[in-house]
Design a protein around this ligand. Structure first.
Ligand code: THU
Length: 128
């Protein structure tokens, strides 16, 4: 867990957030222990900005990760920063009901299941 949190904090330092100034890092852990990191990457169009959590999830897909245990999200906010709605949807579809570990720079930490944050998801089951 410490390794995962460290990876999220390190990824945060690589965030490209010139417009908001709000740096976020994420680290997604595979069942086999592999860690895939992401940081937020902002666009001058604003709308094309990508959150740290989705960068981590998409990177994991591209690198062959498929079965995940948890994702750590690091941001500099007193109230711990949870994944946005778009990230909750994508994490649900790509990672399943993973643990979400929220941390800040003061060392505060809270863990919850994605299903707690996203209790009634729309997903592939509806398309059967
Ligand atoms: N952001 C994330 O990367 N993850 C979150 O969980 C919340 C928001 C980013 C998007 C944008 O670059 C900045 O934080 C401000 O919203």
């Amino acid at each position: 867990m410490e390794r995962l949190i460290e990876a999220a904090l390190e990824a945060r330092a690589r965030a490209r957030a010139p417009f908001s100034g709000f740096l976020v890092g994420a680290a997604l852990e595979e069942e086999d222990g592999r860690i895939f990191t992401g940081c937020n990457v902002e666009s001058a169009s604003y709308g094309l900005t990508m959150c740290a959590e989705r960068v981590a999830a998409f990177r994991a897909m591209a690198e062959g990760g498929r079965r995940f245990v948890r994702i750590a999200v690091a941001a500099d906010s007193e109230a711990l920063t949870p994944p946005c709605g778009a990230c909750r949807q994508v994490l649900w579809e790509l990672c399943g009901d993973v643990e979400i570990v929220l941390v800040n720079l003061q060392g505060a930490q809270e863990t919850m299941r994605l299903s707690t944050l996203f209790p009634r998801p729309f997903d592939a089951k509806f398309l059967d």
